[in-house]
Design a protein around this ligand. Structure first.
Ligand code: F6P
Length: 537
């Protein structure tokens, strides 16, 4: 159904004009209770969404939209394991990866987890040794996309929990620099390689895996591969063909999307670095968010509110993009993770039935850690012509004994959302410059450059502390937010056909680069010339 035909969508469009006549500064001045109305708490976090340009009426209309789009039913369908990934004929089961064993919908999940935990314990304790009977010291995970980003950001974010003594490394890019530089620093006798690929066909991963294998065999024998190479895949036979010992293949399933897979065996590098108990806490935290998402009323439901507010900002207030600003060094890679989650899920232009969507879908997601961004791109957020919505993420407690730093960090985080919200009027800028109403011509001129429009929306997610449990809950909240938006837009958030064409063309171009096929006379002249220039001696 076209969004233009939705009565609630139309009502929101009309409501936007009412909202536009006010400012966020005014909304706060008018209502002392505003922050209480627009704050929710659950799963070790507080979401303050009061600095969005909304009123109770906006929220009611957005909740009505959710009802009209049958969001409740859509959530139930996902949890029941219905085939909601319609173009790939698959159910979508990441929530079942973190269910406690007692209520597991898929018992095989716990079988694989048990196998994984056993392996982790063996490596950590030294029962599983390298081919020269030395203890494993380094774990190199080779994978890309969802088989890379989740394990990397989670292990990085949980650095204070990395106490198993193993050192983690991640290689994703096909650029040989990534694997080459990494291998220079490693000792094959004490290195474990994890080949993570759901499909076990991804060119980058298989090429890097072959390079690692070749490097390993320069010093070790074929038999030693069994101790040093393990795989995670839904294509167990392909992993075996690669030469991985059957005992060391950790299966996953086609109902687990790559970008939703860190909770499966894809999380093996995480478990090796933070230990099995912490990994279980990560799953438990995500599960607590699943329960909240499933059962909390929508007006108190963190992922639902994040999703609906995001729709309001991008579809109605025309935010050009959405920026994630974690004020936490350990969470610095989170924006990159959410970028794949959101943009690969909701970067779609057709609805489930194949008809074009009639509104914008997934926003451009970007971001980096605070306060670094304040000295880089925040200028555009405050005074640029483009309007960007923001998620601030801040843990209340740091793991490091640096309370003075943490207080300053928090003050910047809160000041940024305040500045974006309230801005600075021309009169305020002039007053600050002149100290009186008698301003000079130069001061009046400068005030025009110093004034800031404000009225920029933001959410603030305050987490108790970055622990395995709160991190699990935070990531699960973003997964569900993504689904909420996909449901409202009527799109399939679980396929990614858009990445396929480039892969096919890349294959054809590689054959031309290698001279395996002649230059393609049918192809565009730019590509032909680029290949020619690349090959020039
Ligand atoms: O090309 C996109 C993609 O399919 C992602 O969705 C996925 O996470 C990534 O590639 C890696 O895929 P695989 O785990 O099958 O190697």
């Amino acid at each position: 159904m076209s969004h233009q035909n939705s009565t609630t969508w139309q009502a929101l469009l009309n409501h936007k004009d009412v909202i536009k006549s006010s400012t966020l500064r005014q909304l706060f001045a008018d209502d002392a209770q505003r922050v209480e109305q627009f704050t929710v708490r659950s799963c070790g976090m507080v979401l303050d969404y009061s600095k969005n340009k909304i009123t109770q009426e906006t929220q009611s209309l957005l909740l009505q939209l959710a009802q009209e789009k049958q969001l409740k039913h859509a959530i139930e369908s996902m949890f029941k394991g219905q085939m909601i990934n319609t173009t790939e004929q698959r159910s979508v089961g990441h929530v079942h990866l973190r269910e406690p064993q007692a209520k597991a919908k898929h018992p095989e999940v716990h079988q694989v987890l048990a196998k994984m935990y056993q392996f982790v314990e063996a490596v950590i304790s030294g029962t599983h040794l390298g081919y020269t009977r030395k203890q494993i010291t380094d774990v190199v995970s080779i994978g890309i996309g969802g088989s890379f980003l989740g394990p990397k950001i989670v292990s990085e974010a949980l650095k204070p929990y990395q106490k198993t003594g193993l050192k983690g490394h991640f290689v994703a890019n096909i650029d040989g620099t990534a694997i080459y530089d990494k291998l220079q620093k490693l000792n094959p006798e004490t290195t474990l390689f994890i080949i993570a690929s759901k499909s076990f066909t991804t060119q980058e991963t298989l090429t890097n895996a072959q390079t690692a294998r070749k490097w390993f065999l320069e010093q070790a024998t074929e038999e030693a591969i069994a101790q040093h190479f393990v795989a995670i895949s839904s294509q167990v036979d392909k992993a075996q063909q690669f030469g991985i010992d059957a005992d060391h293949i950790f299966p996953m399933w086609d109902w687990v999307g790559g970008r939703y897979s860190l909770w499966s065996a894809i999380g093996l590098p995480i478990a090796l670095l933070i230990g099995t108990e912490n990994f279980q806490q990560l799953l438990a935290g995500a599960h607590s968010m699943d329960e909240h998402f499933y059962s909390a009323p929508f007006e108190q439901n963190i992922p639902v509110l994040l999703g609906l507010i995001g729709i309001w900002n991008s579809n109605f207030l025309n935010a050009a993009s959405h920026v994630l600003l974690p004020y936490d060094h350990d969470l610095r890679a989170l924006p990159g993770y959410i970028q794949q989650l959101d943009m690969e899920s909701n970067g779609k232009s057709v609805q489930h039935d194949g008809t074009p969507v009639s509104c914008d879908t997934g926003p451009i997601i970007w971001g980096s850690e605070g306060t670094n961004g304040q000295h880089a791109f925040h200028q555009l957020l405050h005074q640029g012509t483009r309007f960007v919505s923001v998620d601030f993420i801040l843990p209340r407690k740091s793991h490091r004994p640096c309370q003075a730093h943490h207080e300053i960090l928090a003050s910047h985080c809160f000041a940024q959302s305040q500045a974006l919200m309230q801005g600075l009027t021309y009169d305020e800028a002039l007053q600050a410059l002149s100290g009186s109403t008698q301003a000079t011509v130069e001061q009046k001129q400068l005030a025009k450059h110093k004034m800031m429009p404000g009225d920029k929306p933001s959410n603030t997610l305050l987490i108790d502390q970055v622990t395995p449990a709160t991190l699990g809950a935070l990531i699960a909240a973003y997964e569900h937010k993504t689904y909420v938006q996909g449901v409202i837009w009527g799109i399939n958030s679980f396929d990614q056909w858009g990445v396929e064409l480039g892969k096919q063309l890349g294959h054809h171009i590689l054959q031309q680069i290698r001279g395996e096929i002649p230059s393609d006379t049918q192809q565009d002249s730019s590509t032909t010339e680029l290949i020619k220039l690349f090959k020039e001696k």
